[in-house]
Write a protein that binds this ligand. Sequence first.
Ligand SMILES: Nc1ncnc2c1ncn2[C@@H]1O[C@H](COP(=O)(O)OP(=O)(O)OP(=O)(O)O)[C@@H](O)[C@H]1O
Length: 256
Amino acid sequence: MADAPIYEAREVTKSYGSVRALTDVNLSVRAGEIIGLVGDNGAGKSTLVKVLSGVHRPDTGGVYLDGVAQEWKSPHDALQAGIETLYQDSGLCPDLTISGNVFLGRERRRPGLLGKLGFLDNKAMARVAHEELERAGIGLTTGVRRNVNQLSGGQRQAVAIGRAVAWARKVIILDEPTNHLGARQSGEVLKVIESARERGLGVIFISHTLPHVLQVTDRIVVLRLGRVVADEPTSSFTPDSLLKVITGLHTPEPRS
Ligand SMILES: Nc1ncnc2c1ncn2[C@@H]1O[C@H](COP(=O)(O)OP(=O)(O)OP(=O)(O)O)[C@@H](O)[C@H]1O
């Protein structure tokens, strides 16, 4: 894991009208690091994700990629810079094949006559999709030319994350990727998340499922009422102590 952060939010403040959602938030992730972003309902997690993914611009403060200040004008800007965000609803098209979904919006075409774009290169896309999903640790028992609606919920989510891992060049942000999944399916998804770390990506993992956060992250950032109240190595938390920090029932050790 490199020492310098690959992606950072520095002193970010964001309000919706009179509602202050984030106050002076600092968050950083390094290449090859998985950080957990946790907090109670309304703590500001989604707002921070939207700032990091270019949906919202912060009121004050900013985001920095490889130490360089960025002004995302749209999510497309962040995406182009190598930051992939996967929202709760995976955004897969059920009627397309697995490979079609992996390449959605980035389809490959065979060169046409006179240098014009030709037909979709389905064969090449299927081959690359298969390779990329394998690299992401997704062993599909079915071919990539099958439709996504033939997959289980866990497999579908794994494909969505595999797609994000395949395209991300710097960072992936995963908002509740194990929501509504059973234990075995969540296990598959967590393995894909670990494969992203092995590929040297920075991973920001947002979840209310604390055992999953404790299982795969290297560091945990806790938001409460829009402020960072903890940013510590995962090994320093127990399930109980993490819950206490999230809910605010944590009483700091008295200073001597
Ligand atoms: N579009 C909006 N307009 C007004 N207030 C908003 C808007 N979006 C979020 N908020 C408020 O901003 C604060 C932070 O909300 P946010 O959705 O970022 O929290 P969260 O930690 O993601 O919550 P949850 O876990 O419930 O999704 C809350 O007080 C919320 O009510």
